[in-house]
Design a protein. Structure first.
Length: 396
């Protein structure tokens, strides 16, 4: 089988983390030759070819768009926010969309099935080639585009004529599946298939050579949706009520950084919380290895990739029960799920894990085992490939 992957986010060179979960997925396909269509960026080759372990072929085709003074909009963070920075960014997005649609239409002739990652821009850009060449399409929705879909669902409807060859939608969590299912026509199949982690990078052995100098770690954007204010409150409760001065490492950047630093000072925990800022993606495993527990109390989190990464390294988890992290954390076994607005429950869960060495070791071992068994790259790739093969066979 031959599959065209259309995405605005894919590794540009060796070691690049951008969209690496898609590379981790498709590089484990055993029954499919893959063409990836992704935007070009300075320093990247226009085409790259890989020979997969299965002897299948993976070719990356990068399309160019715009020209100076139009700014690059790919690989700059959340594209929905990037394109709203200025009129030039909007013009650049128009050029981007036209170039992606044109390239996807050209490459669609080769494919048996088209897989677009993210509804916008990939889903819409890939649909034209799907219609023109009569090729079945599968759309993969991640957390960010599911939020956008719900916001504009009156206009982004899956019963639009451009989606007439859409056979299936894969989503990264059951939370997203439940969110979008009422708006998806019954003839379109919905499958929950998370994206895999980089198993070579997030290894539990890494923690043996690095001192765990922090009790808690958070990795991600510093936005209101991530609800870090409640994590800071939980740290203050740990100190005041449980007499535990838990040190926390906050890895990431975002618009809430200043407010969070001020809140930590107001709680009197400024010396307990270290804001590391953004770090190189290749350094994230080393940062995780410095901590004992990973925490994320986000509101309506689409999946929670960093929680899965921490789980694979053997970090027990304290996570929100509001969103996709319910698919990852086994409550009471690998960690605890708590309401995102309940700092008392979060503090109690963290204290229970940190204060009981036997429980900690048990949760740590089970975390690694669950990540390896339930979320192995091979298992996820096989399930994803099954959906693509099914969609390809729907064409008479």
């Amino acid at each position: 089988m031959r599959c065209l992957i259309v995405t605005h986010n894919f590794p540009r060179w060796g070691g690049d983390i951008s969209g690496n979960f898609i590379f981790e997925l498709v590089s484990r396909f055993t029954r499919t030759d893959v063409n990836v269509l992704a935007p070009w960026s300075r320093g990247a080759d226009v085409t790259t070819q890989y020979r997969l372990p299965s002897s299948k072929r993976l070719k990356v085709n990068r399309f160019k768009y715009g020209a100076p003074p139009l700014p690059e909009i790919a690989y700059r963070g959340n594209m929905q926010k990037v394109i709203l920075r200025s009129p030039l960014h909007l013009i650049s997005f128009a050029s981007f969309s036209i170039s992606m649609t044109s390239a996807a239409a050209r490459l669609s002739r080769w494919a048996d099935v088209i897989n677009a990652h993210w509804l916008i821009p990939g889903g819409f850009s890939a649909s034209l080639g799907s219609i023109y060449h009569k090729k079945p399409m599968v759309i993969t929705m991640h957390g960010t585009d599911s939020v956008l879909f719900m916001k504009f669902r009156r206009y982004l409807r899956f019963d639009l004529p451009i989606f007439r060859n859409l056979k299936a939608i894969t989503v990264v969590s059951s939370f997203i599946a439940d969110t979008v299912r009422p708006f998806v026509p019954p003839h379109i199949r919905i499958e929950v298939i998370p994206m895999p982690v980089n198993e070579k990078a997030f290894r539990p052995e890494l923690r043996k050579s690095i001192k765990q100098e922090f009790d808690i770690i958070y990795v991600g954007r510093l936005t209101a949706q991530k609800n870090l204010s409640n994590l800071l409150k939980a740290i203050a409760i740990l100190r005041d009520r449980f007499k535990l001065e838990a040190k926390a490492l906050i890895v990431g950047n975002g618009p809430e950084l200043h407010n969070l630093k001020e809140l930590a000072r107001n709680y009197g925990i400024g010396e307990l919380v270290h804001f590391a800022g953004s770090v190189s993606p290749s350094q994230v495993p080393n940062q995780m290895a410095r901590a004992r527990v990973i925490a994320m109390l986000s509101v309506r989190e689409g999946f929670g990739m960093s929680i899965l990464e921490g789980m694979r390294m053997g970090l027990p988890q304290v996570a929100s029960n509001d969103g996709g992290m319910r698919d990852i954390v086994l409550d009471g076994a690998t960690g605890y799920l708590v309401p995102p607005d309940d700092a008392d429950s979060a503090a109690a869960a963290i204290y229970k894990i940190l204060s009981d060495p036997i429980l900690y070791q048990k949760m740590s071992r089970l975390s690694t085992r669950r990540a390896e068994e339930a979320f192995s790259s091979e298992k996820l790739a096989r399930k994803f490939e099954d959906v693509l093969l099914w969609a390809a066979k729907t064409v008479k």
